[in-house]
Design a protein. Structure first.
Length: 231
């Protein structure tokens, strides 16, 4: 299908007009697992601006159905647009359509749908399903949503097991597990520190979780000293 038929002309044109070659070189190094030829070189605020401009338009709606995209920035704009969908069921459908095409950590990590915040009961089984996925970035997204939405008033200790039991050798998946536990150590210390004390995480994740917690301003100095002793 040609580009006009896929209705991506305006978004790609706007992204191309915002190209920054120096930033492109920098961004390509940050995302080594994707083809640098797919990186246009557009800064995040500009991509968010484009997403906001196109969201709700007829062309923007067609863009969300035009998968897969060719460029890294198109994927980011896509997820930024999804995050603006207010209806929970519509948002979830768009997320699930898109997750199989997410191929790198920035696309996975920079979108947090606002519709999720008021629908935790409906969201939780979806998160559990996403974490169980064999697709690295679907699982990473699920863990990040569990971290973002369920480490405060809706936290339950059993959620820690969902993440701790996630198996996989991919670096970006393991890093997300460590990030989750570092954040849990800041927000739900008593429940999460048991996983460190009992060495219930694999060695690399165990050490990385402690490292990230020690680097966090949200973890108390007393807790940092104790965590260092558990390395």
């Amino acid at each position: 299908m040609n580009e006009t038929g896929r209705n991506i002309d305006t978004i790609r044109r706007l992204l191309t007009e915002a190209r920054d070659e120096k930033y492109r070189a920098f961004q390509s190094k940050l995302v080594p697992n994707i083809d640098p030829e797919t990186v246009i070189g557009v800064r995040t605020p500009k991509m968010r601006e484009i997403a906001k401009k196109m969201f709700g338009t007829e062309e923007g709606s067609r863009f969300l159905k035009s998968l897969p995209h060719e460029y890294y920035e198109e994927n980011l704009v896509h997820f930024f647009m999804i995050a603006m969908i207010k209806d929970f069921k519509e948002c979830v459908a768009a997320v699930e359509d898109f997750l199989p095409f997410v191929d790198c950590w920035p696309v996975c990590d920079q979108s947090s749908p606002q519709a999720f915040k008021k629908h935790h009961e409906e969201l939780l089984p979806l998160i559990k399903k996403w974490i169980a996925s064999d697709h690295v970035y679907t699982a990473r997204f699920g863990i990040r949503m569990l971290m973002n939405e369920f480490l405060d008033k809706d936290f339950k200790a059993e959620y820690l097991d969902w993440v701790a039991s996630k198996q996989g050798e991919d670096y970006y998946l393991k890093m997300m597990v460590a990030w989750y536990f570092a954040t849990a150590l800041a927000k739900q210390y008593d429940a999460s520190v048991k996983y460190i004390e009992e060495k219930r995480l694999e060695p690399w994740i165990h050490k990385k979780s402690i490292q990230k917690a020690v680097e966090s301003f949200r973890v108390t100095e007393e807790h940092k000293v104790y965590l260092k002793s558990l390395r």
